[in-house]
Design a protein. Structure first.
Length: 286
């Protein structure tokens, strides 16, 4: 446990330093010319701005003029984070339920579902999001019933459809990881021992196979969450969501970019650090 905390703290510090160095890259360019000597000065200027966040300003096209970055950024940030983490936990829950259901079926049906999920996984998120929008519009024109709000406005935010669109592909990715690992676990000796004792297939899956599989899913879910973050920009654009990625795209100053990336990185880092500690306690000292 102490090693995990120490290692995580070092990783956090190094990651923030890396984000600051990345955010300072624009200082290396003066117009179209490359000026490597200005990079160090840019890093110092950026650090100075980060140490005084209350003085940072951003520009808005709608209202015009400059506004203080804080506390305005908190509303934008919390909106995007709600969509991102809601989609992630829903995807994880659905994948677990689907995996248990699939392995409760006969082997032939399991193989067919696995092939179908692999094919469906190749469909881009953007195509699914556009199809959802067209379906809701078509249904509204036919019935005059608006199933869900598909565009976000300043006074009215939409959650359901963006979360749904951001959930689809991660659910399939996590499901594929679960199916592969559960199949590998089912071939081990302890499963044969459990079967010889008369345990049902569902009980073996729930009590023995699934806990061992979740450890592998946790370690691989980090890449899935970062993959979802890259898709968040597409979702915010399609549904007119003024979230953190849209805010960075419209206000590309180094200080705003750096603060936004740190704010996105820290909760993900804390989530996986806590998960790492829980995993450590789960599997024991060894």
């Amino acid at each position: 446990m102490p090693y995990i905390i120490k290692d995580s703290l070092v990783s956090l510090i190094l990651s923030i330093i890396g984000i600051v160095l990345l955010g300072s890259v624009p200082f290396m360019f003066q117009g179209l010319s490359f000026q490597a000597g200005t990079y160090i000065d840019g890093v110092k200027e950026l650090i100075s701005q980060l140490l005084h966040p209350s003085e940072l300003m951003y520009f808005t096209f709608e209202g015009g003029g400059q506004h203080s970055l804080f506390p305005d950024l908190w509303h934008i940030y919390s909106y995007s984070l709600t969509i991102l983490f809601s989609a992630f936990f829903i995807a994880l829950t659905l994948a677990l339920l689907f995996a248990i259901f699939i392995f409760s079926l006969p082997p032939r049906a399991t193989e067919k579902i696995r092939v179908f999920s692999f094919v469906f996984e190749s469909i881009p998120d953007v195509l699914f999001a556009i199809a959802m929008q067209f379906f809701i519009i078509w249904f509204f024109k036919k019935t005059n019933i608006l199933l869900f709000q598909i565009v976000s406005f300043s006074d009215q935010k939409t959650y359901f459809v963006p979360i749904l669109c951001l959930t689809v592909l991660p659910t399939l990715l996590i499901l594929r990881i679960l199916l592969l690992n559960m199949e590998d676990e089912l071939g081990k000796l302890y499963v044969d021992t459990a079967r010889s004792k008369g345990m049902s297939r569902f009980r073996i899956l729930w009590r023995h196979v699934l806990p061992n599989t979740l450890l592998s899913v946790f370690h691989q879910s980090r890449n899935i969450l970062w993959f979802m973050l890259s898709n968040l920009l597409m979702v915010e654009f399609l549904f007119n969501i003024y979230g953190i990625t849209t805010f960075v795209r419209e206000n590309g100053e180094p200080a705003i970019f750096t603060i936004s990336m740190i704010l996105l990185f820290v909760p993900m880092f804390l989530f996986f650090t806590v998960g790492r500690i829980v995993t450590y306690k789960w599997v024991g000292e060894k």
